[in-house]
Design a protein around this ligand. Sequence first.
Ligand code: AMP
Ligand code: MG
Ligand code: MG
Length: 299
Amino acid sequence: MALMRTLSACVSVAEKAGVVLRDIMASGNLGIVDKGGINNLQTLADKKAQLLIVTSLMKHSPKATIIGEEDDIDYDTDEARSLITMDTSSEVMEHSCPDKLAGINEEDLVIWVDPLDGTKEYVEGRKQDVTVLIGIAAHGEAVAGVIYQPWYEVEGKETGRTLWGVVGLGAFGFKRVPVPEGRKIITTTRSHMQKSVQDAIDSCKPDKLIQIGGAGSKCILVIEGTADAYLFASPGTKKWDTCAGDAIIKSLGGKMTDVFGKDLLYHADVPYPNKTGVLATMRDFDFYLSKIPANIMDR
Ligand code: AMP
Ligand code: MG
Ligand code: MG
């Protein structure tokens, strides 16, 4: 019950954060800041979207732990208070919580927030790659997730869409295309390519490689059946990049781990980086795992 209640708020705030991303893009004043490292940017949109999501969730689910990507945000301001929304998704509340997750209490929840996944792509105007990610974990495991895609087009109109899922219940908000048996299409990074990433991909001998920005957008390709595996043999992604997609992929019967097959864990006190990379598939997980060289990166 606590899980579905919190998830219903997450769906609603993810969509409202998407409006913030669209409005700031339309204003033309992105306020770009370099956070250091390679292709590691922040804009006014990252900050304002996180402000909206986190202040709203703190009010809605005060006992949950909420961890957002941006760490320089003051939630005790008039602006923060003005952004609070208590709206929830009635679509989520129409579903009952799977029995296995029914015992989860609000204080067990750890909510991982990436207010704008694909900031580099946002800055470059590659809007289709941008997503808002909210993942919910309990006892270390990703159990529910929301991916909002603000610029998703329906009949030529950028209406946006929400994908959400709960492990044991299923996932909603998209259509999975039929996938030919044995096909191997891999998706990976566009802007953080390096040798270990390429070597792991080459070992799998994919039929095709799709390089796009953002962890959320790559998870969507796997969820919908456009790609068969998301493979990134490198540090770089953080828990807020993977938690939402991890939960949705799992809720469809797929799998997300590091590149050595170890589950990604989402306890409140885990280190944020996914140091040993990401492997996510809806099928043929063992094939990809068997092809990735054991020494591809430091464990
Ligand atoms: P990508 O697949 O490169 O678009 O990255 C997916 C997510 O992981 C984005 O949120 C990136 O910012 C993050 N990420 C990946 N590699 C790095 C890196 N080397 N440094 C910082 N962030 C990274
Ligand atoms: Mg991100
Ligand atoms: Mg981000």
